[in-house]
Design a protein around this ligand. Structure first.
Ligand SMILES: *Cc1c(COP(=O)(O)O)cnc(C)c1O
Length: 218
């Protein structure tokens, strides 16, 4: 009952009009709610907690594309490495090294996004623009053959200041386009959630992560 399929379809149409994809963020929500969204034709889901993701993945259809969107601790990478489709929050070189190691063990190449720090708050994880630039150029990074950086992810400040959010997304989008000139296989700019996805789409997001608009409040 709590799943809002009309919101799902409306947001998917808004995203499609801008050639963007929707990740349905199902953290803390029961398997039955996810199945309802799945049976409505949506197959991309995002989760924030490793144990919860592992439990749900076992119970749900195998053709679901699972994205890990939260802060990932290195010691937990091994649990999701066999099946995860995209890791949005790669926020340190150490974490990328561990993802690479676990991907190799699973004979996979795991797609990742670099999380970039764009918000004014001190608590958000991520690389700065200069850290990400330097890392991408480093030989240590080129050695990681079992990860593939597909683009960037960022979270705007938790604020109702539209101008602030817009400027943060605009900055991230500019950096993404700049990197894409050097790394033409970049195809994903993951920015925008329930509260700010319209601003994100206007600023060039290619992937929005929508939780509460679809699944209700947490
Ligand atoms: C929870 C979460 C979302 C979805 O948030 P809503 O505001 O419910 O749409 C998106 N991205 C990340 C990283 C999250 O943790």
């Amino acid at each position: 009952m709590s799943v809002n399929l009309s919101a799902l379809f409306r947001i998917k149409a808004e995203a499609a009009a801008k050639k963007a994809t929707v990740v349905a963020v199902s953290k803390t929500k029961p398997v039955a709610d996810i199945l309802e969204v799945y049976h409505a034709g949506h197959k991309i889901f995002g989760e924030n907690y490793v144990q919860e993701l592992v439990d749900k993945q076992l119970l749900l259809p195998a053709d679901i594309e699972w994205h890990f969107i939260g802060h990932l601790q290195s010691n937990k990478v091994k649990f999701i490495a066999p099946f995860v489709s995209l890791i949005h929050g790669a926020d340190s070189f150490g974490l990328l090294k561990e993802i690479n190691k676990q991907a190799l063990k699973n004979k996979r190449v795991i797609p990742c996004l670099l999380q970039i720090y764009i918000a004014t708050e001190e608590t958000k994880f991520g690389f700065s623009v200069s850290e990400a630039t330097m890392m991408l150029q480093s030989p240590e990074f080129s050695d990681l053959k079992n990860i593939e950086i597909r683009g960037l992810m960022g979270m705007a400040s938790f604020s109702d200041n539209v101008e602030l959010i817009k400027n943060e997304f605009k900055g991230l989008s500019g950096f993404y386009l700049q990197l894409k000139a050097s790394y033409p296989w970049f195809s994903i700019l993951s920015m925008g959630m329930t509260g700010d996805y319209k601003i994100a789409l206007d600023q060039g997001s290619t992937m929005i992560r929508i939780g509460s608009a679809i699944f209700g409040h947490r």
